[in-house]
Design a protein around this ligand. Structure first.
Ligand code: FE2
Length: 301
């Protein structure tokens, strides 16, 4: 039965969208040290059979590193991390960093993201973490501390699949473009003027390529986001805003996304270089408390 209104035909079928999970999908190997369940064809997989608080055997760690590159976000259930073991797990990927602005938990490397009726959730804008830094984080490990009964899910978007999905004429237009990322667009808005000036001196605006190449997989991906990206260098203001809007809108396509429903003990670990995320703010006035450790990354190229 057709659902089209009279006189308004449904668009006939268009060319199938081909989603690539990796640069070379033929090279995939199975995982032998844990069970892995994909959440979508290109992004997100749940890992079963790994205790993140225990020492990790080199073979397990090697497979987790491969899985993070392949699936971009890994989910773990029923974990029992505290600030120390959370940080220790992140350290397998690099040096945990101290966030310049967000409140801290039991260790300076652990950010505490707490929302309740006094502080509604504000992370419901597509972004990658700390892209205003010259070398933004490799990844973030987020664990649930206190959750609403329902709601407060997080979504992630695969920005390489999103780049692949752009029309060719748009991809050609992006070659060589750079964009300015600036903390003043978000954290800076809440600071008193004197503090803003002080932080501005410590964190000047930075330029990153609009299309970044992932340093480990070689995938090209969209590297602008709605929270921190201010403008595209060298374009008139209107043209820059229009192009940024088009690129940032790519994260909102469900075809490039996965969605995670948190439970007590849940942990999500994402590759912050190739993904963006969005924390659904649908649980007000219930509390939602999360703790996050981010791992130092490299300069986007
Ligand atoms: Fe974030």
């Amino acid at each position: 039965m057709s659902t089209a209104a009279p006189g308004r035909p449904v668009r006939p079928s268009v060319a199938a969208r081909v989603l690539r999970r990796t640069a070379d999908d033929t090279a995939l190997r199975p995982y032998r040290r844990f069970a892995l369940t994909p959440y979508s064809p290109t992004i997100g997989a749940e890992v079963e059979g790994v205790d993140l608080a225990a020492p990790l055997a080199p073979e397990v760690l090697a497979e987790l590193k491969r899985a993070l590159l392949e699936w971009k976000v890994l989910f773990f259930r029923e974990q029992r991390l505290d600030a120390a073991s959370h940080t220790a797990f992140a350290r397998h990927w690099g040096v945990p960093e101290v966030h310049p602005f967000l409140p801290k938990a039991a260790l300076p490397e652990v950010v505490r993201l707490a929302h309740d009726e006094a502080q509604p959730g504000v992370e419901n804008v597509w972004h990658s973490d700390v892209s205003f830094a010259p070398a933004p984080p490799l990844g973030s490990v987020l664990r649930a501390v206190e959750l609403p009964e329902v709601g407060g899910d997080t979504l992630w978007a695969d920005m390489a699949a999103a780049y692949d999905g752009l029309p060719e004429r748009v991809r050609e237009r992006l070659a060589g473009l750079r964009a300015v990322h600036d903390f003043l667009r978000s954290f800076g808005l809440l600071m008193p003027p004197a503090e803003r000036e002080r932080q501005r001196a410590l964190h000047p605006p930075v330029e990153h390529p609009v299309v970044r190449t992932h340093p480990e997989t070689g995938r090209e991906l969209i590297y602008v986001n709605r929270v921190f990206t201010d403008r595209i260098v060298g374009l008139p203001e209107g043209e820059s805003a229009e192009l940024l809007d088009l690129l940032q809108a790519q994260a909102a396509h469900p075809e490039y996304q996965c969605r995670f429903r948190w439970a007590p003990g849940s942990v999500a670990f994402w590759d912050n270089r190739i993904t963006q995320h969005y924390a659904v703010s649908d649980y007000f006035p219930a509390p939602r408390v999360m703790e996050r450790v981010t791992i130092t990354g490299d300069r986007p190229r």
